[in-house]
Design a protein around this ligand. Structure first.
Ligand SMILES: NC(=O)c1ccc[n+]([C@@H]2O[C@H](COP(=O)([O-])OP(=O)(O)OC[C@H]3O[C@@H](n4cnc5c(N)ncnc54)[C@H](O)[C@@H]3O)[C@@H](O)[C@H]2O)c1
Length: 348
């Protein structure tokens, strides 16, 4: 049986492990964390495999056929280079790096070795993504409106923008990646950010809220807003609206889509449509398509594992090189915040 290893046994590592427990065709062989108890707890939960604190030692001892790299944003580099050197296919959590030069070097080495990779942009794997893609392919989307409002995660490194990359890079990346997946490459962004609204965390040094204007290479425009000031779930939001001339689609990440302005299949709820002049009217009915929320993440992991088992990476929706393109987008937003100027998004 092929052997799977994990580096980084924290929050997202536990999420993946929950999926691996259902795999009957994979040996859960090694778990590595700088904190020994975390790796040990994973081995106990898996009921197999050994715990390590050094990933090189784990590679020597276990010889994994694939690895899930689930470390925080500032910990990338050494692990990937060693994994590439050994030719081990890798699944890497987003954001893949905070330094674009590092991301480009890793991408190029992956390319040279033709290594199978996937990045944890699991929202791409939700079934509703296919409905949104159909909509975008069949209508000329002029404007996209993306919101990601939430709170401050518990992990300590997150509150330090130097180590996490900040809200846009760390969290809104899922929404922005979905926008890019549908709309194509951004040409230019202008981002404003504000602080002073989040007051109840120590060692907090990141933006509380930001808003980005974007022009896509297609000529369409977008408005992307993001925040971590919210404390109640009632204040949270995560929606992307794709608007065309006579219809629009609301994509709620991993949850549902509402389509307005198209004829339904007889099951349509009543919907509301904003008219061009700003008034709102009852539409022809919104078509609602619901998602099984856990499906995207399960399919994301399994797609990578199947790619390694079969040697065919064609079903992977976010290989490393593509995730680097999304990094170019989010890092350009950060650069715009720093400079106070519009930034052209460069693709290397
Ligand atoms: N795809 C998603 O939806 C999703 C959700 C949550 C988190 N994430 C991403 O996963 C990453 C990790 O987040 P988290 O919440 O699990 O963080 P975490 O702090 O809970 O866990 C990270 C673990 O990595 C370990 N680690 C760091 N460097 C290591 C090294 N060199 N060798 C071995 N272990 C090492 C740490 O000790 C820690 O236990 C972040 O980049 C985050 O953005 C993705």
């Amino acid at each position: 049986m092929k052997k799977l290893a994990v580096i980084g046994c924290g929050g997202i590592g536990a999420y993946h492990l929950g999926h691996f427990l259902d795999y009957k065709d994979i040996e859960l062989a090694g778990f590595c964390d700088l904190i020994p108890e975390r790796a040990q707890a994973f081995a106990e939960k898996a009921g197999s495999g050994r715990a390590f604190t050094d990933f090189r030692e784990m590679y020597d001892a276990v010889g994994p056929d694939m690895v899930f790299i689930c470390v925080p944003p500032y910990c990338h580099g050494e692990i990937e280079f060693e994994t590439i050197r050994r030719g081990i296919p890798m699944f890497i959590e987003k954001p893949v790096a905070l330094d674009m030069d590092l991301a480009y070097r890793i991408r190029d080495e992956i390319q040279a070795k033709r290594l199978i990779t996937a990045v944890g942009l699991q929202c791409r794997y939700a079934k509703i993504v296919d409905d949104t893609r159909d909509f975008v392919n069949n209508h000329r989307v002029t404007f996209v409106d993306c919101v990601r409002m939430g709170g401050v995660p518990e992990v300590e490194w997150w509150r330090d923008k130097k180590r996490s990359g900040g809200q846009i890079v760390e969290q809104t990346i899922h929404n922005i990646d979905m926008v890019r997946y549908m709309m194509g490459e951004p040409a230019e962004v202008f981002t404003l950010a504000a602080r002073g609204f989040v007051t109840d965390w120590v060692n907090y040094d990141t933006d509380d809220v930001s808003t980005t204007s974007v022009r896509f290479e297609s000529g369409a425009l977008g408005s992307l807003s993001t925040g971590c000031y919210a404390k109640s779930g009632e204040a949270f939001d995560s929606k992307i609206t794709f608007s065309a001339k006579d219809c629009r689609l609301d994509h709620y990440i991993l949850s549902k889509v509402n389509i307005y302005g198209l004829k339904g299949d007889g099951n349509a709820d009543n919907g509301l449509v904003f008219r061009g002049d700003g008034t709102m009217q009852a539409g022809g009915g919104a078509i609602t398509i619901k998602e099984d929320g856990s499906y995207g993440g399960i399919r994301c992991d399994r797609t990578f594992v199947d790619a390694v088992l079969t040697g065919d990476p064609s079903q992977i929706r976010s290989p490393y090189a593509d995730a680097v393109r999304t990094m170019e987008f989010v890092m350009a937003c950060n650069r715009s915040i720093e400079t106070g100027l519009p930034v052209r998004v460069e693709h290397h």
